[in-house]
Write a protein that binds this ligand. Structure first.
Ligand SMILES: [Zn+2]
Ligand SMILES: [Zn+2]
Length: 808
């Protein structure tokens, strides 16, 4: 007989870890105990060597779904061995580090129960256990006990109490446990407040009725786990258009939900990695490549696909496949799909053989509604029906959005299922004070740094919207409380007009906290370094930050930068040639303004008219008040210079007729141009086909000038070359130029790691082209996967730079 003390670190608290330890210890015939402490879980066991080995092996294999073991450390137990049983002990008195789990999609067992007529959870829309259910969305205060969540008002019934207290039960200490008797209830109502009569539907219950309503073409607001969505049948063009009109959201793609992967596969290709993401406990929206439906019809008619070929074909041969309504994702070649992630969604979709639209329930750019009264008021003119429930949503948590580029996961919006799981910081960041980073202006998140970890908030949206800014302030104070975070330093963006920066300054002044402002693109690069585990004192990386806009050191707006950077310093080695953003903010909404700025910075307007006067884009621009625009530029009124590659994309898109007049959502022009790219041209290795740029020197640093690119592009337009080919040649040429620039820089600097960061890399073609070609140069390429490359990842960079520069 031996005795050991086993320490387990990782995500091991509040995820059913101790009951698993208990069960396995019993099974292996071990005596001892298990408890939580400030560092994780400590297990003391006595038994034979073989049984302890088996216990350790099974602990790793049978780790509960939401737990993650980072480290197991074993040593001889030195105390007196006097165990006569195996028990779960109370937590040690040492400070327990608060961990709050992300909300998790319904687990397999809970899903089985809701469809099992013999289970007491049959058709219960709020079923959950230790392995699944709401977490961040219901918590008000710490510790994470039922009384501190929005489940406080629901008293456990006798049966639920029994399960809650039974260490061998899946619901042992699962705070949100509930059933038909004691838990929340969902109710259907009409938006005109007229009563609903049961005879209206042949239905099982209110939740099931929603399916019938959706099939009939109605719009239903559905209260989920982290917010209220608007839903309709995604194959019904009339319904989807009605939703677009009422919501006044005309182009931005809608997310979809389908009952199972088989339905999704009717419309999109799903790789193993994408399937894994869809089925993960985070259950994000995954952007998937659309299949051409024509191909689908051919497959169905294929002679080998006879009714005896496979069970799958037998199923698909019966109902006719209804195409996705064109208005779901206009101008896109991808669809954003998710699987049901709460029992409520499973129950609604049970009888639904086609996808539904499930988009956030909000008006214009406001955050999505979370409470019932607010929803009735704001969404009453959009939804025909409401399926609401009486479990309060404390924290708004949007659906996360991810995609797979090459073999890598790319996080686009990090919220439900991911936040607020801590991100471990690289070596060197262990002993740091509490630091709060405020984030940016668009796609905001904030970040709390402590004890070698970063807690990134869920996506909070665009702060220029008043309701979003209020939510940002509320969420910030909640996080500071939940994580017992008392910042010694506040980090913010250099941009003086960002609302997050203004709030940061107020907080710092009111509480006498040190304040540091961090350059936007340096923060992007540092975020990517931190995410990839680059240690504190590593040699500098070459960061290529391409994005919309960020405030630069020289008071111009940056967005196409090559920075030699470590966590403390950076040096700007190259940039894209700055051109004016005519009309400031207006240039973000109206892409043609960037085309005009780009063209007139490369050519004289007279030359353009003489040479290309018959081109549509030139005719279009001629109808604009050019004299006025020229004056504005020459007097530098509201037309700051910018090196932004995001704006360059806008300029090219508008030149070839995409969103020329106006974008209705951020990045629309670039996204639609990416979708247009011709695959054959993309895969052609003839480099001379690509548009080329000039690399010269401006203000003592390298400067990429798009003059030759525009020349060829205009000639191609004149030759009436297909726009899809022009789009491809632009993407490839840009990538090739970036690689050339890196090549030049590498001759003068020792570079091993290259960081690709900034919102422009959401363009998967550009990302892949740049990554592949740089890898051929023998460079190590770092990209984002667990935090977004866009401004949603900014706060992590601000925080680590502040820690490195001022505290380490
Ligand atoms: Zn469960
Ligand atoms: Zn109950």
């Amino acid at each position: 007989m031996t005795a050991e003390e086993i320490r387990v670190r990782g995500t091991v608290q509040g995820v059913g870890f101790r009951p698993t330890v208990y069960r396995l210890a019993q099974a292996c015939g071990l005596l001892g105990d298990v408890c939580n402490d400030g560092e994780g879980v400590v297990i003391r066991v006595s038994g034979t060597d073989a049984s302890i080995e088996e216990f350790i092996r099974r602990l790793q294999q049978e780790c509960p779904p939401l737990a993650r073991i980072n480290e197991i450390k074993r040593k001889c137990y030195e105390g007196e061995v006097s165990f006569d049983d195996f028990v779960i002990s109370h937590s040690f008195s040492s400070v327990v580090k608060t961990e709050i789990s992300p909300d998790a999609a319904t687990c397999v067992q809970c899903k089985e129960e809701i469809f099992d007529p013999y289970s007491r959870f049959y058709r219960y829309p709020f079923n959950n256990c230790t392995h699944c259910g709401p977490r961040l969305s219901i918590i008000r205060a710490i510790p994470y006990d039922r009384c501190n969540t929005s489940m406080a008002s629901f008293n456990l019934c006798a049966e639920c109490t029994k399960e809650y207290n039974d260490v061998e039960n899946r619901r042992f200490h699962a705070q949100p446990v509930a059933c038909h008797i004691c838990g929340p209830k969902a109710t259907l109502e009409r938006s005109d407040r007229k009563p609903i009569t049961a005879s209206m539907f042949s239905m099982l219950d209110d939740v099931d009725a929603v399916c019938t309503l959706l099939q009939r073409g109605e719009i239903v607001a559905i209260k989920g786990i982290g917010g209220i969505h608007l839903a309709c049948d995604a194959t019904n063009e009339t319904a989807v258009q009605k939703l677009r009109q009422r919501k006044q959201r005309y182009h931005k793609p809608f997310a979809l939900m389908a009952r199972d992967i088989e339905i999704i596969e009717n419309y999109c290709t799903v790789s193993d990695k994408e399937r894994e993401l869809l089925e993960s406990s985070a259950a994000p929206i995954v952007l998937l490549k659309q299949k051409r439906l024509k191909e689908d019809k051919e497959t169905q008619r294929h002679p080998d696909a006879g009714i005896f070929s496979s069970p799958r074909h037998r199923v698909s041969s019966s109902p006719r496949l209804l195409p996705i309504a064109p208005s779901v994702a206009p101008g896109q070649n991808t669809l954003g799909f998710m699987l049901p992630y709460t029992p409520l969604h499973h129950l609604i979709l049970k009888r639904m053989n086609r996808p539904i639209v499930l988009t956030s329930g909000n008006i214009s750019d406001e955050p999505q509604c979370i409470n019932n009264e607010e929803a009735r008021e704001k969404l009453g003119k959009i939804a025909d029906y409401f399926l609401l429930h009486n479990r309060e949503i404390v924290n708004r948590v949007d659906d996360s959005v991810v995609r797979v580029v090459g073999e890598q996961i790319q996080m686009i919006r990090r919220a439900r299922g991911y936040a607020p799981a801590p991100i471990n910081l690289p070596p060197g960041f262990n002993n740091i004070p509490h630091i709060l980073a405020m984030g940016g202006e668009l796609k905001n998140t904030f970040c709390l740094l402590r004890d070698g970890q970063a807690i990134l908030s869920q996506h909070l949206g665009d702060l220029e919207n008043a309701a979003a800014f209020t939510a940002y302030q509320d969420t910030l104070s909640l996080y500071l409380n939940l994580f017992e975070h008392k910042p010694e330093a506040i980090a913010l963006d250099k941009h003086p007009e960002y609302l997050s920066s203004k709030l940061g300054k107020e907080l710092a002044a009111a509480n006498q906290i040190q304040l540091y402002s961090i350059q936007h693109h340096h923060a992007h690069i540092a975020a990517c370094m931190a995410e990839n585990g680059i240690p504190l004192d590593s040699p500098p990386v070459l960061g290529i930050a391409l994005d919309g806009l960020g405030y630069g050191e020289d008071n111009t707006l940056w967005g196409g930068e090559f920075l030699l950077a470590d966590y403390r310093h950076f040096q700007r080695l190259a940039k894209f040639k700055p051109v004016p953003m005519i009309g400031g903010e207006k240039a973000i909404k109206q892409p043609w303004r960037n085309t005009y700025a780009q063209l007139t910075s490369a050519f004289s307007w007279e030359d353009l008219k003489n040479q290309y006067g018959e081109l549509e884009i030139i005719k279009f621009l001629e109808n604009k008040p050019l004299n006025l625009l020229n004056q504005v530029v020459s007097k530098s009124i509201n037309s700051p210079l910018t090196s932004s590659v995001g704006r360059l994309f806008d300029a090219v898109a508008a030149a070839i007729g995409i969103c020329r007049e106006e974008c209705s959502y951020e990045g629309q022009a670039a996204i639609e141009m990416e979708a247009l790219v011709d695959a054959n041209t993309l895969n052609n290795h003839e480099e001379t086909l690509n548009y080329s740029f000039n690399i010269g020197i401006l203000d003592n640093i390298y400067c990429i000038d798009s003059h030759p690119m525009w020349q060829t592009l205009l000639n191609d337009l004149q030759q009436q070359m297909p726009l899809s080919v022009i789009a491809a040649k632009f993407h490839k040429g840009l990538a090739q130029t970036i690689v050339e620039m890196v090549n030049i820089i590498c001759k003068q600097n020792v570079i091993k790691n290259v960081v690709l960061t900034g919102g422009v890399y959401q363009n998967s073609i550009l990302l892949e082209q740049v990554r592949e070609n740089l890898q051929k140069l023998g460079l190590n390429i770092l990209t984002h996967s667990i935090i977004p490359c866009n401004d949603g990842g900014l706060s992590l960079g601000q925080a680590v730079i502040t820690a490195a520069q001022y505290y380490l």
